[in-house]
Design a protein around this ligand. Structure first.
Ligand SMILES: Nc1ncnc2c1ncn2[C@@H]1O[C@H](COP(=O)(O)OP(=O)(O)OP(=O)(O)O)[C@@H](O)[C@H]1O
Ligand SMILES: [Mg+2]
Length: 474
């Protein structure tokens, strides 16, 4: 038989098989098995196809198979455009419906020019008694059908591609979680839906772009990290005065990459062993956050080389020293924390970001923030004119205004955090005019400018007094 004819026959048979699959539930099991076997033999004779089945439940396992759920997510992204019968599901509260392939339906997909077919089947077990076991429920499966000559590319590359894409879709759709450590080595979590994003984050646009690029490069760097032999993780140190957006940026990072956040409260961690157990209990695609690292804990033990430090030479600053005196609330040591960040155990869940925040970067032990541990140091500063424009767009939906010039001038000579500017931009009455909000910012900036002038004058006077006292002979 000619190749083309053979293919036509094969396609017709494949079509018949799908019709059979739709009605098979009305026939006894032995007949179903027999017909199915015959079908595949005939199909293979006319068109040398291959197929891979992915079952919903693997024998002996009560959980749905991961491959099945990942394939389901992948196919749902294709189904809306290609399949004719769809199921509608709600993936996340207040999010649009997800359309997925219906039972006994198939769609085609294309991978580098190779056409494959996916079929979603359902097996209905013969029920004699009522049962709650998932093993006795309808069992579904996906069959991937392709021409035998593409065996290598499909089995080796396409299947992996589908699994990776499917996982990425799952991450985008899932509800983000904010984990907190409580008693012992358990994490408690809350579902997390914070709207902060890099689009609305106020900072110098170029620096912002660098940070976003860095994060995206990291999240797509699986192969790169493997190639250079490094654990797939990256550290960011966010530092700057209170109210400059450190915590907000962490949320923006999580929303950008779809990662969960683990907010680690070091002061409640008993010792290094507990810290290690907490680490093991985390999942990948996450951001591990330690806020205010400078006052998170007083280290009761130090790394060997630290033993020679003089008393009072505590690397973690005054607050840490106070804590050290408070007894043995937490016995986590600096070396315990360093191990946590990049010891052998840190590799237990790849694709992880570690973020430290601090208001006093100069008080941190250099070992803690050296490159390799904290790869990118991000300084968050008082509001610049560029940052103000982002806030004005967020809060008042304006790109320009005659009052902008005055605000720009004032921002150059005085300091105000983005948090304060944002508060002044917030309309205090429903329907408040844009001018009123901008004038509130100008007013606040003028007060800050005056306060700064008075402070500078006072300092100058004090200095003059000191100089005079020094020059008066005793
Ligand atoms: N750069 C910014 N862009 C947009 N909003 C900001 C920015 N900085 C601060 N804000 C606003 O100010 C509020 C306080 O900011 P945030 O809590 O992120 O500051 P922080 O640097 O973490 O302060 P702290 O050091 O006190 O923890 C946020 O709710 C946010 O709305
Ligand atoms: Mg904060």
């Amino acid at each position: 038989m000619e190749g083309g004819k053979l293919d036509d026959w094969g396609s017709s048979l494949a079509g018949l098989m799908f019709i059979w699959a739709t009605f098979q539930q009305f026939f006894p099991q032995f007949l179903k098995d027999y017909v199915q076997n015959l079908w595949y033999k005939l199909l293979h004779y006319f068109k040398p196809t291959m197929q891979i089945t992915f079952n919903e439940f693997s024998p002996g396992l009560y959980r749905r198979s991961e491959a099945y759920t990942v394939i389901e997510s992948y196919l749902s992204s294709k189904s809306a455009a290609k399949a004719s019968r769809l199921r509608a599901e709600i993936a996340k509260e207040s999010k649009p419906l997800v359309l997925a392939l219906d039972d006994h339906e198939y769609i085609t997909d294309n991978f580098h020019g190779v056409e494959v077919k996916w079929y979603r089947g359902k097996q209905i077990p013969e029920r004699k008694t009522i049962s709650w076991s998932p093993h006795d429920a309808d069992k579904r499966y996906y069959i991937l059908i392709f021409h035998a000559k593409y065996r290598q590319i499909i089995a080796e590359k396409y299947v992996n591609y589908v699994l990776e894409e499917g996982r990425a879709i799952q991450v985008r759709r899932r509800q983000r979680r904010l984990y907190m450590n409580g008693e012992g080595d358990e994490w408690n979590f809350a579902v997390f839906d914070h709207p902060a994003s890099f689009d609305t984050f106020a900072m110098d646009p170029q620096r912002k772009e660098q940070i976003v690029d860095d994060l995206i490069t990291f999240s797509q760097g699986k192969e790169y990290y493997k190639k250079i032999g490094k654990v797939w993780k990256r550290g960011y140190l966010l530092y700057g005065p209170p109210g400059t957006g450190k915590s907000t940026m962490i949320v923006a990072m999580s929303n950008l990459l779809g990662y969960d956040i683990y907010d680690l409260e070091l002061t409640t961690v008993k010792d290094n062993a507990e810290l290690k157990r907490l680490l093991i209990n985390t999942k990948s695609k996450s951001i591990m956050v330690i806020e205010d690292i400078d006052c998170s804990l007083g280290f009761t033990g130090k790394r060997k080389k630290d033993k020679n430090r003089k008393k009072g030479d505590n690397p973690m600053g005054e607050k840490a020293k106070e804590k050290e005196g408070e007894g043995d609330e937490s016995k986590v040591t600096l070396s315990g924390l360093l191990n946590f960040i990049d010891g052998i155990w840190s590799a237990c869940a790849g694709e992880r970001i570690v973020v430290f925040t601090t208001n006093h970067v100069d008080q941190l032990d250099p070992a803690l923030i050296r490159r390799g541990r904290m790869d990118m140091h991000i300084k968050l500063s008082n509001c610049t004119f560029g940052a103000f424009k982002v806030l004005a767009k967020n809060y008042l939906d304006i790109d320009s205004h005659p009052l902008f010039e005055k605000i720009g001038e004032l921002l150059e000579v005085t300091e105000m955090t983005p948090a304060d500017v944002a508060e002044n931009l917030t309309p205090k009455k429903l329907g408040a005019a844009v001018e009123t909000c901008l004038e509130a910012v100008i007013h606040a900036l003028e007060i800050a400018k005056e306060a700064r002038r008075v402070k500078a004058q006072k300092e100058e006077e004090e200095q003059e007094n000191e100089t005079e006292t020094e020059s008066v002979p005793q």
